[in-house]
Design a protein around this ligand. Structure first.
Ligand code: NAP
Length: 433
């Protein structure tokens, strides 16, 4: 089995194969990763102040240490090995490549300096080697986020929570310096639908209850309207009810020393970003809900700002020969074609939490096993590697992991992530043996 991508979906796919083994059926699993390091979003997506979520990496390491599992880091499918070569070599190839591109708004001005997608901004503060050099400017006082999902809530927290609270996390050092010197006092989230349609979850937003200096602002009448709909049993979904009640609690919270604020503007959709060469203003249109349809009104407003981040979901990377539509690889229950399958965000789009990948991957693995025929007998894949000396195997990754954890112990952090690709390769590649 070749699994492409070493995020949660990749590891849970490997685990499902490992658990399905019997006396008569065993699987050899090779996992390919284009970065020198594994763990996908657990390393470069989960917020630095959510360390507990990252403990799932212990499960990943257990999977990786199991017999018949090999990790090949710093190997990019489509560049170092073609997908066709992989499909020819293996009985089954599974694309667990996630969705690493932030969706774009498609409005004028989106390419101005200091306009980012969540994929860029989140990867930046999480030390992703491809995003360390972005020159993020936090010198304005108001930041605009677009989208009412958990990623927007993560980013809002990063932007206005006291940076001191990140000191003992694995946040990138350069990001912490920028955040410490940041002038941002207010974050405005533009949500194109209403409070009942928000896709963030109460567990994420609840963290704002404990911030003593951050005031949460939402049009009170919208929340009152939803509360009366709840009281009349017009809203019965327990997650929506939890969200609405929490928003009321946040609005009612007494904040004595509020020097920062998070404002969620519902029924607002951005129409244009403008500025000389960098973001200076975001125009948006008010929307209204009529018979469950959300339409633009003729009310246009604007916010003076120096930074906009769209957190409106993600799309998979392009891979030759694989078609993508509606934010996911075209597939039927995980099957793409012939011996090619997909799991995780690449399969279903950017929805669900880390745990969602466990049951989802198991379903696809069951489908694969049901369709298996006689195994192929081909020579080892490593013969295909065009830059074999730079491959990072499990032992190499463990060297990187130990170096990061050791550096963290000195500075009272869970780890200090290495983000220079060259350094990662030096520590972990076959060259260093
Ligand atoms: P999301 O939950 O899908 O939220 C995306 C938001 O963007 C929605 O409010 C959506 O509004 C809005 N949107 C989409 N297209 C838009 C457009 N063109 N203009 C304006 N708004 C637009 O996505 P996400 O926040 O990226 O999160 C992805 C997944 O990761 C989710 O399942 C999330 O729960 C998960 N996650 C979990 C955690 C955690 O558990 N700690 C943290 C981060 C992420 P509509 O609803 O109107 O489409």
């Amino acid at each position: 089995m070749a699994i492409v991508g070493s995020g949660p979906a990749g590891y849970f796919t490997a685990q499902a194969f490992q658990n399905a083994q019997t006396d008569l059926m065993s699987f050899s699993i090779d996992m390919f990763e284009r970065l020198p390091t594994p763990w996908g979003l657990v390393r470069s997506g989960v917020a630095p102040d959510h360390q507990k979520i990252k403990t799932v990496s212990k499960v990943f390491e257990k999977i990786a240490k199991t017999q018949n599992f090999r990790f090949f880091g710093n190997v990019e499918i489509g560049k170092d090995i073609s997908l066709k070569e992989l499909k020819d070599k293996y009985d089954v190839v599974i694309l667990s490549t996630g969705a690493s591109n932030g969706k774009k708004l498609g409005i004028p001005g989106e390419n101005l300096k200091n306009s980012y997608t969540s994929a860029e901004f989140v990867s930046w503060y999480n030390s992703h080697p491809d995003f360390t050099n972005i020159d993020i400017d936090l010198s304005c006082d108001t930041a605009v986020l677009v989208g009412a999902g958990n990623v927007a809530i993560d980013i809002a927290r990063i932007l206005i929570k006291d940076p001191k609270e990140y000191k003992e996390t694995d946040i990138a050092d350069y990001a912490l310096t920028k955040l410490t010197n940041s002038n941002i006092k207010k974050v405005i989230i533009l949500a194109r639908r209403g409070p009942e349609q928000a896709s963030f979850t109460a567990i994420e937003l609840r963290e704002f209850l404990k911030f003593e200096n951050i005031k949460v602002e939402i049009d009170y009448s919208l929340i009152e309207n939803s509360l009366s709909r709840i009281a009349n049993n017009e809203v019965t979904d327990k997650d929506i009810i939890a969200n609405i009640k929490l928003m009321k609690q946040l609005l009612d919270k007494t904040v004595i020393d509020a020097n920062k604020s998070l404002e969620i503007r519902f029924f607002c959709s951005p129409t244009e970003i403008s500025g000389y060469d960098s973001v200076e203003q975001v125009k948006y249109v008010k929307k209204q809900c009529q018979k469950l349809e959300f339409n633009d009104t003729n009310k246009e407003l604007a916010i003076k700002t120096g930074i906009i981040i769209s957190a409106i979901g993600y799309e998979p990377d392009r891979l030759e020969g694989v078609s993508i539509s509606k934010g996911k690889i075209d597939n039927i229950a995980g099957h793409i074609e012939q011996n090619l399958y997909t799991t995780g965000w690449a399969k279903r789009g950017s929805t669900g939490v880390i745990g969602t990948n466990k049951s989802d991957s198991l379903d696809v693995v069951n489908l694969i096993i049901a369709k298996l025929s006689k195994p192929k007998n081909t020579e080892d894949v490593t013969k295909l590697f065009k830059k074999i000396e730079y491959v990072i195997d499990q032992t190499g990754w463990e060297k990187i992991n130990s170096a990061e954890i050791f550096a963290g112990q000195i500075s009272n952090k869970p780890r200090v992530k290495i983000y220079d690709r060259e350094v990662l390769i030096k520590i972990g590649s076959w060259l260093s043996k």
